[in-house]
Design a protein around this ligand. Structure first.
Ligand code: CP
Length: 324
């Protein structure tokens, strides 16, 4: 078990070793148990986390803030629009200054081709750890919660087949950070990862190459498919969600037109029946109900979306307790 994590940033799971990720998950299970038993676990008494949001959130904000309180500390909620960032505060200044007030800085900045760079610039200037609450490239805490949920529901993930698929949505062009982080982490645990999407919805080539290499090293598998139904066949885990065709076009109208061609990419009861009988349905939420997924599936017996959302709390508390 590797425990030397104080002061470490968590921007992508790729920058943590498998043993370090195992430690984080182990601590997350322990903290979940402690909370269930009502055992105090104030490991961060008198510590403060700055939470800087450039983008809306339900789960991420609520779980980080609750998590800091449960660890005996405090979380500052800071919206970029109510700061002086638009009047000139640079990423370096944010890192320097928030790093002097706080014991950790968590950031959500999802702007395409800007978010990850911003978080890294803050991290370079900060004397305290920086935690990525989602950027344009990665969503590490979502995927750590997903792995914890798979372990709870299915045991050892090695050899399980996960279908990481595009699904249609009409609300907005969602970031590609969730599928990218999924293929990066699930391959490291020896899972058989299927990435399923129409040609216009490809992910960043560098991320795909890293996922292939992870699968090779972990003796799992990684394949890319373009047949929505085929992705479900015999799978243990169904994780079908929408993302934008960001590598194809930056034009919103064009991307909406392309997306509409795939409006039949919806997870429904017929498709779930193609997966294993005991397959679980996962989604990071929010979902476009009855567009991305039917009510019958997301509210049905195979859905684990609420346990998945709960586990955000436990993995984030583990990360904060270990790094701050
Ligand atoms: N899954 C997730 O990150 O949810 P929020 O956008 O509501 O934080």
């Amino acid at each position: 078990m590797q425990t030397h994590l104080r002061g470490r940033d968590l921007i992508t799971t790729q920058e943590w070793t498998k043993e370090e990720i195992d430690t984080l998950l182990d601590v997350a299970f322990d903290l979940k148990r402690k909370r269930a038993l009502g055992q105090p676990h104030a490991y961060l008494r008198d510590k403060v986390l700055a939470m800087l949001f450039f983008f809306s959130s339900t789960r991420t904000r609520a779980s980080f803030e609750a998590g800091m309180a449960q660890l005996g500390g405090h979380a500052q909620f800071i919206e970029s629009t109510t700061t002086q960032i638009s009047h000139g505060d640079t990423a370096k200044e944010i890192g320097e200054i928030l790093g002097r007030y706080n014991d950790g800085i968590a950031i959500r900045q999802c702007d395409w081709q800007a978010g990850n760079q911003y978080i890294r610039e803050v991290a370079a200037a900060s004397r305290v750890p920086v935690l990525n609450m989602q950027c344009d490239v990665y969503h590490p805490f979502q995927i750590l919660a997903d792995m914890m949920t798979i372990m709870e529901k299915k045991g050892n993930p090695r050899g399980l087949t996960i279908n990481v698929s595009y699904a249609y949505a009409s609300s907005y062009q969602k970031p590609i950070s969730v599928p990218q982080s999924l293929i990066l982490l699930m391959t490291r645990f020896g899972m058989n990862v299927r990435l399923v999407h129409p040609p216009e919805f490809r992910l960043m080539p560098d991320i795909v190459e890293q996922a292939k290499e992870n699968a090779r090293r972990a003796h799992g598998s990684f394949e890319i498919m373009d047949d929505f139904d085929a992705g479900f066949k015999g799978a243990d885990v169904i994780y079908a969600k929408s993302w934008g065709c960001l590598l194809t076009t930056s034009d919103h109208q064009e991307s909406a037109r392309i997306s509409r061609q795939y409006s039949d990419w919806i997870t429904d009861e017929r498709r779930m029946a193609l997966a294993k009988e005991d397959a679980i349905y996962m989604h990071c939420l929010p979902a476009d109900r009855n567009i991305e997924v039917t009510d019958g599936v997301i509210d049905g017996p195979q859905s684990v979306v609420y346990d998945e959302a709960e586990n955000r709390l436990h993995v984030q508390k583990a990360a904060m307790a270990l790094t701050m």
